[in-house]
Design a protein around this ligand. Structure first.
Ligand SMILES: [Zn+2]
Length: 244
């Protein structure tokens, strides 16, 4: 079985990804405009969703929730609408796919990332966290797809005219991963079966996709893995990898 990953958009203005395996389709967050989601579903022949995973309550992840209220919603946050409350490091079956949620460190309560697996492939999704806890690095080792936040370049963030408390929030332990920390986490999780790296949640003001690629190639160089596909996800454009 093969997986297909469609990222509908990634960044502080909205996030949404649909992971498919066979006829199972799981949406992770719904912060991207409904017209783009509908167009992508039509383009890729997705006529239903088997689950919607809400990683945390920030609006760039939940804004279009009202359109998905008849989907089975998985979350850790009791204040979000849900059918299934998930716990960190437990295993859940969603129509033949396996999901393992894991706790992350972010300034919204109950923020989590997930690993999704079918019989042969897997994706590790880590975004909206100030750091990557070591059990998460272990869980993510050798995932086929590594979708990991590379939110900001520290100097570019400091150079923005954002108020200092906001900069401190983003830089802190409950903020977002900077390029170096994201790339280091990715380098630690790359294994023999890893094929694709997707850098996520790239800030439009405080980062530059070229910088992300530079840091990634520097951190991954010692691994000698010229076979890896590396992409930066975009706020305004969808990205699709893999085939079902
Ligand atoms: Zn967030």
């Amino acid at each position: 079985m093969h997986m297909r990953i469609i990222n509908a958009g990634s960044g502080s203005k909205g996030n949404c990804t649909i992971v498919s395996s066979g006829d199972t389709h799981i949406m992770i967050d719904c912060g991207i405009g409904i017209s783009r989601i509908r167009r992508l579903c039509q383009e890729y022949g997705i006529d239903h969703l088997d689950g919607l995973v809400l990683t945390h309550r920030h609006s760039d992840h939940t804004r279009f929730l009202s359109y998905f209220m008849d989907t089975t919603i998985y979350t850790m946050d009791p204040d979000l609408p849900h059918q299934v409350m998930v716990e960190s490091m437990k295993t859940y079956d969603i129509h033949g796919m396996t999901m393992i949620p894991f706790w992350l460190s972010h300034d919204a309560p109950y923020t989590f990332g997930i690993k999704l697996m079918d019989l042969t492939e897997s994706i590790m999704m880590i975004s909206d966290t100030g750091y990557v806890p070591s059990p998460v690095l272990k869980l993510g080792y050798d995932a086929t797809y590594l979708m990991v936040e590379c939110n900001h370049d520290i100097q570019m963030l400091l150079d923005t005219n954002r108020p200092y408390p906001l900069k401190a929030r983003i830089l802190g332990d409950e903020g977002h991963l900077n390029n170096e920390d994201g790339a280091k986490a990715i380098a630690m999780m790359v294994g023999p079966h890893t094929t694709t790296i997707m850098a996520a949640h790239i800030s439009q003001q405080a980062n530059d996709p070229n910088k992300v690629m530079d840091v990634l190639s520097r951190e991954l160089k010692p691994l000698n893995r010229d076979d890896l596909t590396i992409v930066t996800l975009d706020q305004n454009q969808s990205t699709c990898k893999g085939e079902v």
